[in-house]
Design a binder for this molecule. Structure first.
Ligand code: 5GP
Ligand code: ZN
Length: 114
């Protein structure tokens, strides 16, 4: 059994509110949403973060971004606009070390983020 909670969600060992899935990515609602729509898009293959990505991971990283696009379309927030955020490492506030893109929408988002 994996120690990584997001790998365990991929393996269906931990429940999640899944909104999108294909061969490459899984997307599910964040447990503690900070926007009316807050979904995490993760690659099914474990990688800690962008920081650890190899050049050969270019397709995996692309699938995460296309997954974010698909999630926004499915949730009906694409036209209004949305933000895709990837936290990398402690200073960025990353708490789960399985790469994930936050898709945030449904309210006006401030810039720059805190
Ligand atoms: P990070 O801070 O690493 O960028 O984001 C991790 C996110 O994962 C947080 O927003 C947190 O609420 C969410 N999260 C942590 N554990 C779980 C979980 O077991 N299920 C779901 N759905 N979200 C989780
Ligand atoms: Zn993992």
């Amino acid at each position: 059994m994996s120690a990584c909670i997001f790998c365990r969600i991929v393996a269906r060992e931990i429940p999640a509110d899944i909104v999108h899935e294909n061969d490459h990515v899984l997307a599910f609602r964040d447990l503690r949403p900070v926007a009316p729509s807050h979904v995490l898009v993760i690659p099914k293959r474990h990688i800690d973060s962008v920081r650890e990505a190899e050049t050969d991971d270019v397709e995996l990283l692309g699938h995460v971004m296309i997954g974010a696009r698909d999630v926004a379309q499915k949730l009906g927030v694409a036209a209004g606009g949305y933000r895709v955020v990837v936290n990398n490492g402690d200073d960025a506030g990353q708490t789960v070390f399985h790469l994930h893109a936050h898709v945030l929408a449904g309210r006006s988002l401030v810039w720059p983020p805190g």
